[in-house]
Ligand binder design. Sequence first.
Ligand code: FE2
Length: 136
Amino acid sequence: MKIDYLKARLTAELCSFFGNDFKRIEHALEVLNYSEIIAARIGGCDNEIITAASLFHDLGIKPAEEIYGHNNGKLQEELGPAEARLILNGQGFDKAKTDIVCDIISNHHSASRFKYPELEVLKQADAIVNKLHNEL
Ligand SMILES: [Fe+2]
């Protein structure tokens, strides 16, 4: 699957998942933007994993708020992977890469348990975007 086509398909899924929660959609798009820049600089990353993990890293926020009335990093890590897997399976995304994306989502708010370079890229991109927004 061509990477640009994948990005469009997964962005459409992101928008349909979050509906009119534009703040979450914008956040994910910004994180993807920084992830791509960082990944290009360090090299050795898989672009499909970068795209899926960046766009879907915070999917767990929605079920967390629906079930518990709030969300935090731990709940995002717990509830996000199943949502991402459902969407990625529906898109015919590579199974082995889906497992890695889910590992990354399950670990993006805590000390790294995995050695994927894409996990560190996502953490850095997420931190940059959150810092920029906190400073505005
Ligand atoms: Fe985030």
